[in-house]
Design a protein around this ligand. Structure first.
Ligand code: ZN
Length: 242
């Protein structure tokens, strides 16, 4: 099966629409969403609607839970916090109900998906370093785990001899003897200095993964942010991908 794996949309409708259009041309069997559908961006309900219509499995991220009062928002940075407060005001009952129903981690067709980390996903920790990855490999049984949360696309492999390293091949032809943690990047707020929306395509029969990037109308999203009460910084960062 061929899967499109998307994450961290963050209420950015233009980015989500562009990604879904790009996915249409890729003949995927299923779309999986790793969470953070909302938060930061100006169109939370519209993004929830589109995700509901298009994704077969949707996980919850910390930004999906934050406006619902499910987690303490004091640890978020000030921009995130004011976006959460703004988003809370916008959410419809339907969106709220949908977001409340989402799991944190699951298995799909022989691989694992989670927003943050396989280990205690509700703690919302990050996998950024090799050390973070080493701690998390024993926490899932499948060969591959896909994650989001940091908004930075990344692949880390682990050999049977416990050699853990960053993998940069794109496309990535997976080695049967290695295990992988792969971050698919962010649709709506990339932070790897590439402003294009990011998502992954995984073909589990060929064991092949590809990171995809797609342009979207950044200026339109920025315009909407600037016309709302959201912090202007959230518009600025989109154009630099940071
Ligand atoms: Zn996020």
């Amino acid at each position: 099966m061929k899967y499109a794996i998307i994450s961290d949309i963050h209420g950015n409708l233009e980015a989500l629409q562009s990604v879904l259009k790009e996915i249409e041309g890729k003949e995927v069997d299923s779309i999986l969403c790793l969470g953070d559908v909302i938060g930061y961006g100006p169109n939370p309900n519209e993004c929830v609607e589109l995700i509901k219509e298009n994704a077969d499995i949707v996980l919850a991220g910390n930004h999906d839970h934050a406006p619902l009062g499910k987690i303490d928002i004091s640890y978020f940075n000030p921009w995130a916090r004011s976006a959460i407060e703004w988003t809370r005001e916008q959410l419809t009952d339907e969106s709220r109900e949908f977001l409340l129903s989402l799991p944190l981690k699951t298995e799909v067709d022989g691989f694992t998906i989670v927003h943050s980390t396989p280990y205690n996903p509700h703690e919302w920790n990050y996998i950024i370093t090799i050390g973070d990855a080493i701690k998390n490999f024993p926490e899932f049984e499948n060969q591959v785990c896909f994650i989001g949360h940091s908004h930075v696309p990344m692949g880390i492999s682990l050999s049977e001899g416990d050699d853990c390293r960053v993998v940069k091949d794109n496309p990535l032809k997976m080695n049967k003897k290695l295990r992988y943690i792969i971050n698919v990047g962010s649709v709506g707020q990339p932070r790897d200095l590439d402003p294009r929306a990011a998502f992954g395509i995984y073909d589990n029969s060929k064991m092949e993964y590809r990171l995809c990037r797609v342009d979207y109308d950044v200026a339109e999203t920025q315009r909407k942010i600037n016309e709302s009460e959201l912090p202007p910084f959230l518009a600025e960062r989109l154009e630099v991908g940071q």
